[in-house]
Design a protein around this ligand. Sequence first.
Ligand code: IPE
Ligand code: IPE
Ligand code: MG
Length: 264
Amino acid sequence: MLCESREKTGRRRTGSMAQNDNHTASRPALNAVPRHVAIIMDGNGRWAKGRGEERLYGHRHGVDAVREVVRTAAEVGIEYLTVYAFSTENWGRPEAEVDGIMALIANAILAELDTLTGAGIRMRFIGDTGSLPENLRASIRTAENTAIPKERLRMTLNVAVNYSARWELAEAARQIGESVCRGVLSPEEITPELISDHLTTRGMPDPELLIRTSGEQRLSNFLLWQLSYTELYFTDTLWPEFGRDGLLAALHEYEQRERRFGRL
Ligand code: IPE
Ligand code: IPE
Ligand code: MG
């Protein structure tokens, strides 16, 4: 049938991760789940302001929302979840907010590490992590050095910290240029696949679904290459309130999308 020849949605939920799920009774009914979901977690500041609180109060509750969304993503069988935690542009915020966010991320990584590892979820970090504060770099090292055996690996959580897509693409171009200069690569060998292999997401499928909360409808320098054919989902919900229901609503909407990739 014509419809079946289209790559309409993601993989059917018959993979081993779905079968290993211990929450069968309460598992949400989804016909198709994307392998990779990317999220621009936005609206912490407005959420806090709406409660008469400081912006950092919103960021703290934002961490709680991440925990719930990560758990739900693993439960439904998503293999890669990439969350935008801090952009290169976010350095332009007041110093106290930047310092507060850095400390929150560093603490959350260590606080969640055992639980995530026990659940078969590994953390990876994408972005210019070399210029982050030392305590955050130390947390990142600890998380990245925590191995999960292949048979227990359930999901990869990519945290984008000090990330910008233009930085990432410039880095890829620089590395490729160096290989050409050294004579180990010829310009004819530069293909879209080669460029993908030089990005921070190398080895992962491109996201099938991008979610942005808080009503903003822009990409804010996130995964510009990888999102070329991604389904976009925008919701007015502010990030601290997104949670399990928010993710499931986005996944149900994704199921209805028809992905044509230029074909009919
Ligand atoms: C997203 O929430 C978190 C970060 C960018 C670190 P915001 O802090 O951007 O919240 P709003 O957009 O000001 O409400
Ligand atoms: C994007 O949110 C970055 C993160 C979610 C980390 P921002 O709130 O910084 O984006 P803009 O400035 O409104 O586009
Ligand atoms: Mg914002």
